[in-house]
Structure formats: structure tokens, C-alpha cells
Design a protein around this ligand. Structure first.
Ligand SMILES: NC(=O)c1ccc[n+]([C@@H]2O[C@H](COP(=O)([O-])OP(=O)(O)OC[C@H]3O[C@@H](n4cnc5c(N)ncnc54)[C@H](O)[C@@H]3O)[C@@H](O)[C@H]2O)c1
Length: 341
């Protein structure tokens, strides 16, 4: 099977692509390469066809011979909307729908979209599932829900559409990001000897390791399950819903001398959601977290130490998506619409 992975050079793509190649899939990647200079560890370059192109400029000819698409490219996470909410709409929503329409025309059989549980926003009344009302609070979350709604309409017997509402991801990747909650707490612990919790620690988040999520994307490539076609499915594990403050104990297992500081700087971010993953469990009963938090946190620490992670990299935002894009703009390398100059 020939698979196009958009955003192949991002945090998830850099873990997913080697797994796909190992399993014998042919892979083509399309990525604008925004973060290519920010690899934390130079692993052996996986050998596959990489196209460096903005997703807004993809043509039908780029899709010829492709059987399935895993669509990861996006301005990925809630604060990214701060650059310009219109760009999040353009890149995450409009170009995703355009890509799917082109894919359908090009006879691609499957389209797997990487949505986010972030669309649940505040779920004060307990645990949410796929039937719950969504409450997207950011440009990012709004772009994901609009895309889900538009993609549902394109689903057909010959064009299967899977809408994966993913948990927040953690874990080491050669294209590491530290703007995701677990990765962030571990890096602050290493860089400053302090676990800096930006909220009051009470918000809930469903979490998943980047390797576990990559395996699940591959399960969706393989599945023949028609009942999920055109439907949303939450991706994660019931036991992996955590309150941010619970993460502290897990990190301190490995870095016991770290202090805990509640900065409260994110009091304006009210997002808190616990998510039910029963539908996923029903369809993929064999899936389980091979990388539970504790194992993955230990692995992040070991890998960051091996990669000679430096406090100054953290301060300069080398592994923070928003900071990198802002830097590329200020250096005149990309324009205000995020096109390379
Ligand atoms: N990381 C998470 O916690 C998480 C959770 C739920 C859903 N998701 C979704 O999964 C996908 C991948 O996330 P990630 O963490 O790997 O993000 P990432 O930022 O590490 O990777 C995204 C990749 O997309 C590329 N890209 C961005 N804009 C582009 C454009 N206009 N044209 C071409 N390429 C472009 C970037 O260069 C980057 O390599 C995203 O759609 C994200 O919204 C991520």
C-alpha cells in the first residue's frame, strides 16, 4: 500500500514514518519543513520520498498512485492560533478539505484525519464521548471541528474517511516538541530543576504516547471496518485521563529532587476535559498503552540527556512550535502567511 503522510517531518510523523516503512508500506511525505532544523536527535534518515511543499499548494498530480492518506500537517496546537487565527483556518481547515476532495478525485481509498480531543474544551460535567456537545475554545479546536464536519460529507464506500479525535500526545520523538503538557513538564524539570505547572494543576487531559498513537494510525490503515467510515472516534485509553497535578508524582519518580512550582500563568486557559474511549476499545480491543506515562517519562529523560538537551534550547524555544515560526518570520525566512520566501 502506498501511503501519503502529510506533516511527515513533524513530531508524530517522525515516529510514524519509520514504523510504516518497517511494516512494508511505501511512504511519500509532504511537509513544508518548518521545523526541519530543529531535530533533537539525528537518527538514521528514513529512506522514502519526501516532497517539500506547502499543503495549500498540493496538486492532484501529487496524489497519483496513493492508496491512503494520513493527514497530519497542521498548525498544531491551541496557542498557534495566536499568530493569526485566519492562517489556522486556512491551513488546518480549508487545505484539509481541499486535500480530501483532490484525494477523492484521484481515487485514493482512505483518508485518516488527525483531529483532537481539544475540541471538547471545558467538560465540566464529567466525562465526554463522541456524542457529547463539543466546545471548541481556540482557533485550532474550531479548525478541527469544521474539518471533521466537512470531511464526514465526503465519505463514501470508495473513499473511507476516519476522523481520529486524538488525546494529547507525549513521548520522545526525533522531532521533539516541548509545547505539549507532559513533554513540557519533563523539560522544565530537566532545564530548571523545577516542574513548572502553568495552571493550578486541576485541568484534566487525556494523554497518549506518540508510539502508541502511531501504531493506532497503522491499525486504521489496515482496518476494513466500514461502520467507522465518516464517523468521529476518540483515540486514547480510559486509564490515561490525568489531572495535570498527577503528572508531578510520575516525573518525580525519576527526578526526585525537582521542586514543584505553580505559576498560574495559564489561568486564562480554562480547558479541562476527561474523555471516554469505549468506542475505540470496542473496535480495537487488542490496543493497549504500550508506553504508559511512567515508562515514557523515563524514556524522555534518558533521550533528552543523551541528546545533550540544553537549558538554553528550552529558553530559546527551539522545540516550541510557536516560537520557531515566529523566529522564521522575524528572520524573514517565511512571510506573514507562512510561505517560504
Ligand atoms: N501533538 C498532539 O498532542 C496532537 C494531539 C491531537 C492531534 N494532533 C494533530 O496531529 C497532527 C500532527 O501533530 P504534531 O504534533 O506532529 O505537529 P507538528 O507541528 O510537530 O507537525 C506538523 C507538521 O506539519 C507541517 N506543516 C505545518 N503547516 C504546513 C503547511 N502549511 N504545509 C505543509 N506542511 C505543514 C510542519 O512543518 C510539521 O512538520 C496535527 O494535525 C495535530 O493537530 C496532535
Amino acid at each position: 500500500m502506498k501511503v501519503l503522510v502529510t506533516g511527515d517531518r513533524g513530531y508524530i510523523g517522525s515516529v510514524l514514518v519509520p514504523k510504516l516503512l518497517e511494516k512494508g508500506f511505501q511512504v511519500v511525505g509532504i511537509d513544508s519543513g518548518f521545523f526541519e532544523n530543529n531535530l533533537i536527535s539525528k537518527t538514521r534518515e528514513p529512506n522514502y520520498k519526501k516532497i517539500t511543499k506547502d499543503i495549500r499548494e498540493v496538486k492532484i498530480s501529487d496524489l497519483s498512485g496513493i492508496d491512503a492518506i494520513i493527514h497530519l500537517s497542521a498548525l498544531s496546537n491551541d496557542p498557534m492560533g495566536q499568530i493569526n487565527p485566519k492562517l489556522t483556518e486556512e491551513i488546518n481547515y480549508k487545505s484539509s478539505v481541499r486535500l480530501a476532495k483532490l484525494a477523492k478525485q484521484a481515487n485514493v481509498k482512505k483518508f485518516i484525519f488527525s483531529s483532537s480531543c481539544s475540541i471538547y474544551g471545558i467538560a465540566a460535567l464529567g466525562v465526554v464521548d463522541e456524542e457529547s456537545r463539543v466546545n471548541p475554545l481556540t482557533a485550532y479546536a474550531k479548525s478541527k471541528i469544521k474539518t471533521e464536519d466537512a470531511l464526514k460529507k465526503l465519505a463514501s464506500d470508495n473513499f473511507r474517511v476516519y476522523l481520529l479525535r486524538n488525546s494529547t500526545v507525549y513521548g520522545f520523538s526525533p522531532m521533539f516538541r516541548n509545547d505539549l503538557v507532559v513533554n513540557n513538564l519533563v523539560t522544565t524539570a530537566l532545564a530548571f530543576g523545577q516542574i513548572r505547572i502553568l495552571s493550578d494543576g486541576t485541568p484534566w487531559r487525556p494523554l497518549i504516547d506518540v508510539r502508541d498513537l502511531s501504531d493506532i494510525f497503522i491499525e486504521f490503515l489496515k482496518t476494513e471496518d466500514k461502520s467507522l467510515n465518516g464517523n468521529v472516534i476518540n483515540i486514547g485509553f480510559n486509564e490515561n485521563n490525568f489531572q495535570v497535578k498527577d503528572l508531578v508524582d510520575i516525573i518525580r519518580e525519576y527526578l526526585p529532587s525537582c521542586k514543584v512550582v505553580y505559576t498560574g500563568e495559564h489561568v486564562s486557559d480554562p480547558r479541562s476535559y476527561r474523555v471516554r474511549f469505549d468506542l475505540f476499545k470496542k473496535h480495537f480491543p487488542q490496543a493497549y498503552p504500550k508506553w504508559p506515562l511512567s515508562r515514557s517519562v523515563k524514556d524522555i529523560i534518558e533521550n533528552l540527556q543523551k541528546s545533550k538537551f540544553k537549558r538554553k534550547d528550552f529558553e530559546r524555544g527551539v522545540y516550541t512550535r510557536l516560537a520557531v515560526l515566529r523566529k522564521l518570520m522575524s528572520e524573514g525566512k517565511i512571510d506573514q502567511n507562512l510561505f517560504w520566501k
